[in-house]
Ligand binder design. Structure first.
Ligand code: ZN
Ligand code: ZN
Length: 344
């Protein structure tokens, strides 16, 4: 099967031609916009060379096809792509997998991006497929036109640009902010930074030292609240992004508490008063380093659809617009009714 080198060209359904448009998202400068143009996805059959490998899939051959496909869908993405390279039979099996076909046809950039940031070992093929088939943002009821690829969940732009749990943290920050040690930090879902220009402001983000690995803040917060169980942790870490000063206060505090524990004393230290800073910068480049834009694959119609944006909303001030910036065709119909009600 020949791979599409770019994702499909989106089209507005004819009935909404003058009312809706498809925001191609290139202004946002996500990970997807930073992938090399020449990136052409997994190699095709003619590009793969198997010289001495026997063309057999061993014990798998005795299983019925649907069972093999069920097993393949449970593999992580890296393992599936590795299996695909074993021999021609393995390749044929992978390419007959409906999940793989849907992903490579409608969201090939997802595979490129996952390969670049090395999250393929922690994302199951089934998970990526399920997210491709679900249009709703993980966080709100809006159309989620993007995937956050550390944990592979679908998000809308308002959510990934404002929720701090989707702002990946570097090693230093994740340890200090969530009070985690090396051992725990090493077990968190993480990604490798792909250097590039991110966010609408095109900030250059380079791979240097501790910035080369970034961690999922949602898991860090959850782990931290289990380990420390204290109110300060669960409260302050819900959505906040600590300032450098607070980070130092927290570090000093935990070091002293641990030292007291090790010495067999009960710490009488008071928890520091924390100055929290909500990172309200929607244009922080790090918000975009794990994000790609994807369509929604409607399994019923077998058609991939891109979110529709509203032309009418462009003429009203940003502060008065709906929180949502993209809709399914159904959702768009409902949204137009809101305009009608407001106009009458
Ligand atoms: Zn959302
Ligand atoms: Zn509108």
């Amino acid at each position: 099967m020949a791979m599409a080198t770019t994702d499909e060209k989106p089209e507005v359904p004819p009935e909404y031609g003058h009312l809706a448009y498809i925001n191609n998202g290139s202004f946002a400068r996500t990970l997807g916009d930073n992938l090399p143009r020449s990136c052409s996805g997994p190699k095709t059959i003619s590009q793969l060379a198997w010289s001495s490998t026997p063309s057999s899939i061993g014990g798998l051959e005795v299983l019925p096809l649907d069972l093999i496909q069920e097993v393949l869908a449970q593999l992580d993405i890296t393992t599936l792509l590795d299996f695909r390279r074993v021999n021609k039979q393995a390749l044929a099996l992978v390419e007959s997998l409906p999940h793989y076909r849907a992903i490579t046809t409608h969201a090939p950039s997802a595979l490129h991006a996952i390969f670049r940031i090395q999250t393929g070992r922690s994302i199951a093929v089934q998970t990526l497929f399920d997210e491709l088939c679900a249009w709703k943002c993980h966080h709100c009821d809006g159309f989620g036109g993007y995937l956050y690829l550390i944990t592979c969940i679908r998000l809308c732009r308002p959510c990934f640009t404002t929720k701090n749990r989707y702002l990946p943290r570097d090693t230093t920050r994740v340890k200090a902010e969530f009070l985690l040690d090396d051992e725990i930090t090493n077990r968190l879902p993480r990604m490798r930074l792909h250097p590039g220009k991110y966010a609408p402001g095109c900030q250059s983000i380079t791979r240097t030292g501790p910035r080369s690995v970034l961690y999922d803040a949602g898991h860090a917060r959850w782990t931290s609240s289990i380990i420390h169980g204290s109110k300060i942790i669960s409260d302050i870490l819900e959505e906040a992004y600590v300032t450098d000063q607070t980070e130092m206060q927290l570090l000093r505090y935990t070091k002293r508490v641990r030292a007291a524990e090790q010495a067999g004393r009960v710490s009488s230290l008071r928890t520091p008063r924390l100055t929290m800073l909500e990172d309200t910068n929607a244009n922080n480049g790090f918000r975009y380093v794990a994000i790609i834009r994807v369509p929604w694959f409607d399994r019923k119609s077998q058609v991939a659809q891109w979110g529709l944006s509203c032309r009418k909303c462009l003429s009203i001030p940003v502060s008065e617009r709906t929180y949502l910036d993209q809709f399914t065709p159904e959702g768009f119909k409902e949204h137009l009714k809101e305009h009608e009600a407001a106009d009458s």
